[in-house]
Design a protein around this ligand. Sequence first.
Ligand code: ATP
Ligand code: MG
Ligand code: MG
Ligand code: MG
Length: 470
Amino acid sequence: KKIGLHEIRREFIEFFKGKDHLDLPSFSLVPKNDKSLLLINAGMAPLKPYFTGEKIPPSKRVVTCQKCIRTADIDNVGKTDRHATFFEMLGNFSFGDYFKKEAIQWAWEFLTENLQIPKERLWASIYLEDDEVYEIWNKVIGLDDSKIVRLGKEDNFWELEVGPCGPCSEIYVDRGEEYGCGKEECKPGCDCDRYIEVWNLVFTQFDKDESGNYYPLKNPNIDTGMGLERIAAVIEGADNIFEVKEIRKIINKVEMISDKKYGVDPKADVSIRVITDHARAMTFLVSDGVLPSNEGRGYVLRRLIRRAARHGKLLGINKPFLKDIVETVIDSWKVEYEEIKEREGQIKKVVQVEEEKFQETIHQGIHILEEYIKQILEHKGEYLDGEKAFKLYDTYGFPLDLTKEILEEKGLKVREDEFNKYMEEQRQRARKAREEYTDSGWKKGSPLEEIIGYDVVFRGYDILSLNTEV
Ligand code: ATP
Ligand code: MG
Ligand code: MG
Ligand code: MG
């Protein structure tokens, strides 16, 4: 069926409204009253209190399209066909109401009838010992045994650090051999992009506490998540999520500004897709009130802006350009997300200031890092000293991840323990200075204050550099 991204979103919401679901607008990317999460990364995340029973939901059935950020996927962006840092997740939820059977039947109905995806192309994965779900797929839906794969905890048990969780069943679309890795054992769950996971149906039966204990929930719930960009790519037959028509407009804009054609040089294509993704992420982050800083959410934003700016450099763009890309993003999503239009001026300003700040030092910084790299390679070394990485951070505003990324391209690494030692020393100095000058009354939000917030700063780095799901 020929429908685009915005129409699929609407069709999904209408479908579940027709099944008595209450339609709620997307929640902010910034979690409310949830210290376990830096940014909303799934449709269920802002609904947690309804799952745990802490709060009474406005309806036992809810449908949403939720803005999500997954920094853990950042290294995949532009490289796989299916990963973005910012994406929209469609979801239907049951709070102690319907369970596995309805969730599977409705998902199947939506995909095969509303979107008219040929049944032969659909596969399902289930959690190892979940025979109940096997029976539903096989007997109720009529999905052939050969199209049902049993996967382990890593793929088919959905959980965040704490909170509601449970086994799940994922629906995959076979995009054809030409997208595959060619290995004989290639099937859903394979790392390649042939079988693209579009929808995850989570059967939330447990609540996990901080020490990793699982408690059965009084009322089992349903939490589903379908990536809007992925399903749009499937419907349009696009090669990857960034080539979905609506998103492709951003690619076109990058082409125009960089004077590089998309689809010619694979390396440039990665940069173009990274900019496309990050531009979406920064637009929605700023519109939800995040500002660039050195900790937490602000660091995520800073890293995205700087990373996009650097990929702009790689494309040969020699002036600040991100605010123009942001404008294209706003034009495409302003109807569905009014907040980005309302805050257009602010978003552009924040992005521009951060980009300019980075421009001032990036030239020097990259030049210095290249010198370092040359020296390391000459001495057949493998590592950049922590002290040098720290200098790049401290003097030239290079987030550690950026330094790591540039080094990785040459097969090199940073001595991170050393880097952390310098960071810690700097914090100690800052703390001492603060103790000495308590009466001077630093203004809230001064750069010094950011450096001093030890716990938060550390957590920010921890999360981002260890690549744990946030
Ligand atoms: P994958 O295995 O492909 O990384 P996932 O299992 O991590 O996906 P879930 O946590 O199950 O994804 O999220 C539910 C749905 O959200 C996925 O089925 C997919 O359609 C979509 N999704 C997940 N991560 C991304 C991403 N980084 N970019 C775009 N869509 C995503
Ligand atoms: Mg994933
Ligand atoms: Mg998966
Ligand atoms: Mg999944």
